[in-house]
Design a binder for this molecule. Structure first.
Ligand code: HEC
Ligand code: HEC
Length: 521
């Protein structure tokens, strides 16, 4: 048990005060440190007991009530390990500012929430002062911060150099993959033996901190303590990078962020574009490239047993095309692992058990009116759903597609008429699966895809290497699909036609008027 003596701070302050004036003039980070040093430990403890014990535990050991459900687990502050640190790699005591920023912003992709909207700045500084007492950091001075040298501005040239360094000797690609999607085949463990995954660098919303070049520079320079993300400023590293090189790599990492296939709150409808000709199988085909992508968040299934607490996939992107004959949906999602049961390498990377990767499109069996949609997890008795399901196959079985009818999360699914075709392709950490169904197919569903009619649609994804099978998977809530009219240009052309007719009539009327006047004259 740690004894907390708020006096420590006030005892130290008078000794430090003469130094402050001089340091404040030299270093811009110091005013924060000075502010933090004034942190009121007593208030920090009060706020901690109200807001933080649930996860971090009364003794700061990370053993709050929910600790065994969270991956990564809540931090054990007594260990003194902080992941997001700007103290140079050979130090282990974070700057007060580092702790403050983590409290303020939280750690995306983990259970650690940001507190900026809940707590005052002073409360957060008081928490910094309090937290530092768990590992005894109130008694230590952090080492110097990372040397940032002169920041290299983002430019095409810098990004290109960064890319070369990223790939050179497999420096970063060894773990993060050639395109940075975190798909390099490696089994990485954190210091406590917990499974960790190299970050998918194209998804900045999953970063513990941010993808701002300065933050990435700091991560490359310090590494992420407690994980296998190493320091590239460490002279002991064979792959060490100079300050300038680290700026180039940081600029490259920043450039990897997805810009098109990203979730946006307005996007709730998958627009199906109408084609006059054939729908191509190749996702690189021009019509597919022009089809509007709509990206949704995937959340772990927590309602039916077995619940899922450790998802690995977080978004899925849908595009759609249709013609007189069929409707097609192209799904794309990043998955770090190609899960191939029976494959030795795939089994090594996987958790205890490996299953096929899968994806499913969920549709109501009967047309819906207004809000009367089926239950979003596999429908219900009154309102069944059909699932178009694709499975990635094993070393002995090819990939496959099926249609199933479901009537609720607790009832087994029933096979239905096999009316869909699906074909999947895995490349550099991304699955692309194309579903197609004939419009006149003989299916058990009364649902039709009619122009201009909104159809509820939801998605589910399974990462077989992450032990995802049956009800253990990620999913979206209901969204919509809208088969659009033949050409979105039509209303526009219509308006122009109407305008031309009006102008034409006016001309006739003017001319008639003129003739009449001529005749009268
Ligand atoms: C819902 C659970 C939860 C609550 C509540 C919570 N945390 Fe956390 N916290 C976590 C988890 C999980 C981590 C570990 C994330 C990781 O290791 O990547 C963490 C990590 C941290 C870290 C480590 C930052 C670093 O750089 O490594 C700090 C500091 C922290 N929490 C402070 C707080 C404070 C202060 C509060 C209360 C105001 C709080 N947390 C409340 C779950 C929580
Ligand atoms: C040995 C494997 C390994 C190598 C090599 C590696 N990384 Fe990482 N990296 C990781 C792991 C693991 C994580 C996630 C750590 C965690 O669990 O939070 C990570 C996380 C990151 C993050 C996320 C930071 C954040 O805020 O969450 C960035 C950025 C990053 N790495 C960049 C790089 C760059 C650039 C290189 C090459 C200069 C590199 N990494 C080399 C394993 C590696």
């Amino acid at each position: 048990m740690i004894t907390l003596t708020p006096l420590k701070f006030s005892r130290k302050l008078p000794l430090l005060l003469p130094l402050f004036g001089a340091i404040v003039l030299c270093l811009s980070v110091v005013p924060h440190v000075a502010f933090a040093a004034e942190g009121d430990v007593e208030n920090g403890e009060a706020v901690y007991l109200k807001r933080c014990v649930g996860c971090h535990g009364i003794d700061g050991d990370g053993l709050g009530p929910g600790y065994d459900r969270l991956v990564p687990p809540p931090r054990d502050f007594t260990s003194g390990m902080f992941k997001i640190m700007s103290t140079a790699f050979d130090g282990y005591v974070p700057q007060d500012q580092d702790i403050y920023e983590m409290i303020r912003l939280g750690m995306p992709g983990t259970a650690m929430p940001g507190w900026a909207d809940v707590l005052s700045e002073q409360d957060m500084w008081d928490l910094v002062a309090y937290l530092k007492m768990f590992p005894g950091y109130d008694e230590e001075t952090p080492g110097p911060v990372v040397d940032y040298g002169e920041q290299v501005a983002i430019s095409a040239e810098s990004i290109e150099i960064g890319k070369t360094l990223f790939l050179e000797d497999d420096r970063c690609s060894e773990c993060h993959g050639d395109e940075g999607k975190g798909d390099a085949i490696k089994r990485l463990l954190g210091d406590n033996g917990e499974r960790t995954w190299p970050r998918n660098l194209t998804k900045p919303w999953t970063f513990l901190h941010s993808n701002d070049p300065k933050d990435v520079f700091t991560r490359i320079s310090v590494g992420i303590p407690g994980t296998q993300m190493p320091s590239f400023a460490d002279p002991a590293s064979k792959l060490q990078l100079s300050i300038e090189e680290r700026w180039h790599v940081a600029n490259y990492v920043n450039s990897l962020a997805k810009t098109v296939e990203v979730v946006s709150a307005e996007n709730t409808v998958v627009k199906s574009h109408r084609l006059d000709g054939e729908i191509a199988d190749d996702p690189e085909d021009a019509a597919w490239q022009e089809a509007t992508p709509t990206t949704f968040f995937l959340v772990p299934q927590l309602i039916a047993k077995t619940r899922h607490f450790t998802p690995s996939n977080d978004t899925i992107t849908a595009r759609s095309l249709y013609n007189d004959d069929e409707i097609a949906v192209l799904l794309k999602w990043d998955d770090r692992t190609l899960s191939l049961p029976g494959d030795e390498d795939a089994e090594k990377i996987a958790d205890s058990s490996i299953y096929e990767d899968q994806v499913a499109i969920q549709l109501p069996v009967n047309p819906t009116k207004g809000a009367a949609k089926p239950y979003f997890v596999l429908g219900d008795k009154e309102r069944p759903v059909s699932l178009w399901r694709w499975r990635s196959g094993t070393t002995t079985e090819p990939q496959s597609a099926s249609v199933e009818i479901a009537t609720g999360p607790q009832t087994p699914v029933e096979p239905s008429n096999q009316t869909v075709q699906a074909n999947g392709r895995y490349e550099s950490g991304t699955w692309t699966v194309l579903f197609r169904q004939k419009l006149n197919a003989d299916h058990d569903s009364a649902l039709t895809f009619a122009e201009g009619e909104f159809i509820p649609m939801a998605f589910a994804v399974w990462d077989g290497s992450n032990s995802e099978t049956e009800t253990k998977h990620t999913l979206t809530t209901w969204y919509w699909m809208l088969p659009e009219s033949s050409s979105t240009a039509l209303p526009f052309i219509g308006a122009i036609l109407a305008l031309l007719i009006v102008i034409g009539l006016e001309m006739l009327w003017l001319r008639a008027g003129a003739r009449k006047r001529e005749a009268e004259a």
